[in-house]
Design a protein around this ligand. Sequence first.
Ligand code: ADP
Ligand code: ASP
Ligand code: MG
Length: 418
Amino acid sequence: MGRLVMKFGGTSVADVERIRNVARHVEREVKAGHHVAVVVSAMAGTTDRLAGWCREAAPFHDAREYDAIVASGEQVTSGLLAIVLQDMGIPARSWHGWQIPLKTDGVHGAARIAAIDGDEIRKRMEQGQVAVIAGFQGIGPDKRITTLGRGGSDTSAVAVAAALDAACDIYTDVDGVYTADPRIVSAARKLDRISYEEMLEQASLGAKVLQTRSVELAMVYKVPLQVRSSFEPPDAANQNKPDGTGPGTLVCDEERIVEQHVVSGIAYSRDEAKVAIRKVKDQPGVSASLFGPLAEADISVDMIVQNVSADGSTADITFTVARKDLQKAIEVLNGVKDKIGFQELMHSADVAKVSVVGIGMRSHAGVAARMFKSLAEKGINIQAITTSEIKVSVLIDEAYTELAVRALHQAYGLDAKH
Ligand code: ADP
Ligand code: ASP
Ligand code: MG
């Protein structure tokens, strides 16, 4: 048996009893002969609480101290799981990011992994010791603790798996990747397999079951990745098969997907805000003078729509930014108002982005048309549209998010047949 990385998210380690359950999943894999490394998240709610304390201490706080504080959640769970495993007679040792070391760049709060030294952990795993790694954290060039952005333990797990040449099982509170968030679409179906590319789109369009960066890494390093539930009994029946597939969803190369669908899923994100600039001069260079300063302020712009204004001689430009960036975007644009010369700036945070994703779109026409028709039938107005080779996204009024996701899920024939 080979090396295996098992990652457990917040609800899977929510209290000591849940940690005992996690230990039983680990025990099963150790007994099956795997060399195991475990990556753990903080207990459910812990990271939110720690981040809340930082904001309470000072609304604009030092990102290095934020990292030092929020990283502590994972440190607690890694230690607790090591204790529980030891108590069951399984040799185990906890590891913080700096002890591995898992090196990152210096972008505190949203760091990227630069390198992982897997030697020491590999050696101990070969001696039969389970490495229990605190997810979400690393060490930056300034030798201080960094964190990888919310949901970052998924990325820790995949990166460790890549460094150890191991397979990676992500245990969470749902039993796989579904055709839509099962919490809002009761008819959603679990997928046996999904391609790296589709999963990457799903994650970046809002499906938080995997952090986007973790899917990118899995795709680049060809890490066999499975999403499965920690809430299923930790007994032998739930052992992965010798080919590495198991009870969850395998994220894998396109070629390994036998049953191809045109659309494999519907994603949504409420993390959107819309800015509309009315009556800007319709001449070369205007978009550059608008979007240049936003880029300089590190604000990513997603959807962009330009129309001719009602007066026929100027343009209206509408675009979206992440909701957290809205205030900053407004300040930046007001700062360049005189230079650009627009008449009015309007904004709204009551918008959501709904997307259909599928590799089958490459070879099938009519996917977007069906989307627009089914939203029209529900009386949902589309405010902006973006497409890529394998996805179509629309911006709508936030109040219609769930209605839109359910309608689209049905329109593409994704509803489970009861
Ligand atoms: P963890 O704490 O284990 O990292 P997360 O809350 O980050 O878990 O991710 C799991 C959640 O992702 C599920 O509870 C589910 O509501 C949500 N989710 C969103 N889209 C999907 C999808 N397409 N398939 C499965 N889960 C999804
Ligand atoms: N605990 C961190 C978070 O809540 C990282 C993770 O769980 O993946 O974002
Ligand atoms: Mg998560």
